[in-house]
Design a protein around this ligand. Structure first.
Ligand code: MTE
Ligand code: HPA
Ligand code: MOS
Length: 782
């Protein structure tokens, strides 16, 4: 008897489709593709100044170096010297002006990687030095911006703040973050006949790379094919900037008429490519005795670096997430998009949302401390309601608010109140080690804020043996998109998922695909794939109906079989019969997200189709003499609607939390006074590792009735939202530090909260109370 259900439809916790290849080392990343005959290797020559005019650039020694086959600079580009994703301010090679330390000046193709890299260091460049602007604060001071300043106002914030019983002002800084994907930037360009080009690119956006390469080569888009089977991680870093590497590889391939591979090593990757935007946020808030916010004023300064890249949308998203889960009746948000002589910052998981949310969370925390209340209580009085107080500051009515349920459940399951009491008792008797706890919520808007990007396409082939080939515009970066979309197709046709061959993203199969970003990959490609599978099913049902003499509507697909009245055949048999009856067995599917759209000029409308929610409780212990700290326990409840694949979703929740924790507590980017990034390898840039996973880590998927909107099988996006659960660790650290001041004062703790930052916060807090810091006390005791 056939199983009642085919293997691996939606909701089944299948492993990642490439899991067996990842762990055995057999998964093909671009550097693993067998090299075509004559392949050359490229390296980029980069600028050694942050801001300078190029007086002269002598490449003679580069050309003469062993193994070098070609050297190119701006003048050798047949098309446009630009790869900017939104506006044209990203030269492939700098011409007269250097705008950051690490900017690309020229490139070399040589017989080997080592020869190319060695040669790339031999240029003689004369610079006329200019003063670099390095920080967001310096940029605001100099009014140096990549894009116009934005201002969103709702209600009458200034009057509301002035009239409120209490008022606080503050400033917080949060650092950037390197995406630190395991596979660095890489492109492999293979010239094909008649001036066409195939480019393997590690990119979240093959369609954009296709255009960037076409513009650089001055050929039509139809002459360039971009393919990406998988990335070894993207995390937003490969949304717009792979274009630089693809363009250089393609230009060198065009020049030499040979295949050219350009692979960055870790240092070059970190020096050349953009990171999460660091922010300086100023706030001014008025509130009542319960801690309810009457009015709040934010000034956000995001460091964009030298060019616009995706900074417009990223800073917009910071503005749109400055509410997190809280109703802000009277609010003003000014957003500066700071232009500095540093690398062009770009997408990173959360896309500005986390920066906006860290701001409001600190406001809430400071209010709680000021009033001597539990921060969780203050959070709750400010939560969006479900029938009132439910309109965002951009005029979107929230119809799916589940934060109350999630927080109630988590508060209970984590034993928050009891542990908080116990921990305070512990702190009274523990002079050096202080414990802290915090529960922070997450609400994250799903959809690209650039509305046109909310579209996806799919191509589905059925072969006469009943197997299938699935292709869609989404890209796989480890997040499990491909298996989820395959599960959707398997569900629709009621067949085993293992008969579906998942294939590389390819601009020649699905055109004009959006980047796989904004967490919307499975939402959109899942729906597009469902549409293609439904089309195939319709054709097969029509055929089965006429073949077996029943109404097509009565044809049932179940567990690898097709039932038509009394008759039943295997799916494979039906496909074969359909083929002989000349039924087309290939279909495309398309999806556009409904309902959304908003007016950026008035900051109003519906930028997001729906919201994802979650909450985390973190408990930490801090050594107040050294700043050293541990995360002892973390509890998470996170909403993914009706999960398409709970195993994959759990991985995203855990990984997202850890990455968010890393951003806020240990990953520190540091530029020297000349604007040179000094933390460009894991030796100096610390990301969380396996041993940083909390010893107690209780992660639960919220029991949900499903997405309130008609998303794919009522699931919810999961890629980015869990990152912001990491904010709970920052707040637990604040709580532990506040213990040294009897919880009466809020620490001035910037992110990342490294041990040094924690020590500074302890010292500052002690100074404010007119006392020596704990470390100083210990010193004097000896
Ligand atoms: N998970 C892994 N393993 N690797 C990644 O690079 N990128 C994140 C998230 N999860 C990423 C990841 C980011 S930034 C986004 S936008 C989403 O995955 C994109 O994929 P999705 O839309 O299919 O969720
Ligand atoms: N999120 C992620 N990536 C994007 C967006 C967005 O809202 N808009 C453009 N690229
Ligand atoms: Mo993710 S930052 O939207 O690629």
């Amino acid at each position: 008897m056939a199983a009642e259900r085919a293997r691996g439809g939606v909701g089944v916790p299948l492993p990642h489709d490439s899991g067996h290849l990842h762990v055995s080392g057999e998964a093909t990343y671009i550097d693993d593709i067998p090299e075509a005959r004559g392949t050359l290797h490229a390296a980029i020559g980069i600028a050694a100044r942050a801001h300078a005019r190029i007086v002269s650039m002598d490449l003679a020694k580069v050309r003469a170096a062993p193994g070098v086959v070609a050297v190119i600079a701006a003048a050798d580009i047949p098309g446009k010297n630009d790869y900017g994703p939104v506006i044209a301010d990203d030269p492939i090679f700098a011409t007269s002006l250097v705008q950051y330390h690490g900017q690309s000046l020229f490139a070399v193709a040589a017989r080997t990687v080592v020869e190319a890299r060695k040669a790339s260091r031999l240029a003689v460049v004369n610079y006329e030095e200019l003063t670099p602007l390095l920080t967001a604060e310096a940029a605001v001071e100099a009014q140096s911006f990549v894009l116009p300043t934005e201002h969103l106002v709702r209600g009458n914030p200034h009057a509301a703040i002035a009239a409120a019983p209490h008022r606080l002002r503050g400033r917080l800084r949060m650092g950037g973050q390197d995406q630190f994907y395991l596979e660095g930037m890489i492109a492999y360009a293979l010239p094909r006949e008649d001036g066409t080009m195939l480019v393997h690119s590690s990119t979240q956006h093959p369609g954009e790379v296709q255009h960037q390469v076409a513009h650089a080569l001055d050929v039509p888009a139809s002459d360039v094919v971009v393919e990406c089977r998988r990335m070894g991680g993207g995390f937003g870093g490969k949304e717009s900037q792979p274009g630089l590497f693809a363009c250089i590889a393609a230009l060198l391939a065009r020049t030499t008429r040979r295949p050219v591979k350009l692979r960055c090593d870790r240092d070059d990757d970190m020096i050349i490519t953009g990171k999460r935007h660091d922010f300086v946020t100023d706030y001014d808030v008025g509130f009542d005795d319960d801690g309810r916010i009457r009015g709040v004023d934010f000034v956000l300064a995001g460091r964009c670096g030298y060019s616009a890249d995706l900074s417009g949308s990223i800073n917009d998203r910071a503005m749109l997430h400055s509410d997190n889960c809280y109703f802000l009746e009277n609010v003003s948000i000014v957003s500066f998009r700071c232009k500095t002589n540093t690398v062009s910052n770009t997408a990173f998981r959360g896309f500005g949302g986390p920066q906006g949310m860290v701001g409001i969370e600190q406001v809430i925390d400071d209010i709680a401390r000021h009033l001597g209340r539990d921060p969780l209580a203050v959070r709750k009085v400010n939560f969006y309601g479900t029938t009132e107080r439910n309109v965002t500051h951009y005029q979107q009515t929230i119809v799916d608010n589940v934060i109350h349920e999630i927080v109630a459940e988590l508060e209970k399951s984590s034993d928050y109140a009891k542990r908080r009491r116990e921990l305070r008792a512990f702190n009274q008797t523990s002079p050096v080690v202080k414990r802290g706890i915090a529960l922070t919520p997450v609400k994250f808007g799903i959809s690209f804020t650039a509305t046109h990007l909310n579209q996806a396409g799919c191509l589905l082939h059925v072969y006469t043996d009943g197997t299938m080939l699935l292709n869609h515009g989404g890209t796989e970066m480890g997040q499990g998109l491909f298996i989820k979309v395959a599960q959707v197709v398997a569900e629709e046709l009621a067949v085993d998922v293992d008969r579906i061959r998942i294939t590389a993203s390819d601009t020649s199969k699905v055109p004009n695909a959006s980047p796989t970003a904004a967490s919307s990959g499975s939402d959109m490609n899942g729906k597009a794939a469902q549409a293609a599978a439904q089309e195939i099913r319709r054709r097969l049902a029509d055929f089965a109906g006429s073949h077996f003499g029943v109404a097509p509507k009565s044809v049932v697909f179940r567990a690898n079989r097709v039932h038509a009245g009394e008759r039943s055949v295997s799916f494979n048999e039906l496909v074969k019969l359909a083929y002989f009856a000349r039924v087309p067995l290939s279909a495309t599917g398309f999806y556009r997200t409904p309902k959304i759209g908003y007016d950026r000029k008035t900051w109003s409308g519906m930028p997001f189709y729906y919201f994802c929610y979650g909450a985390a409780v973190s408990e930490v212990a801090v050594d107040t003499l050294t700043g050293e700290n541990r995360v002892l326990r973390v509890d998470i409840v996170h909403d993914v609607g009706k999960s398409l694949n709970p195993a994959v979703d759990m991985g995203q929740i855990e990984g997202g939390f850890i990455q968010g924790m890393g951003w806020l507590t240990m990953e520190e980017l540091w530029w020297n006074d000349e604007g040179k990034l000094m933390t460009h390898a894991p030796s100096t840039y610390k990301i969380p590792v396996a041993s940083d996973v909390p010893p107690v880590f209780n992660v639960r998927i919220f029991e949900s009735d499903g997405n309130a909107e008609d998303s794919i099988h009522r699931s919810k996006a999961v890629g980015e939202p869990p990152l912001m659960l990491g904010i709970s660790v920052l707040h637990a650290l604040r709580d532990a530090i506040a213990a040294t001041a009897g919880y009466a004062l809020s620490p001035q703790l910037d992110a990342p909260a490294t041990p040094e930052a924690i020590l500074r916060a302890l010292e500052e807090l002690a100074a404010r109370r007119g006392e020596p810091a704990p470390a100083k006390v210990a010193e004097s005791i000896g």
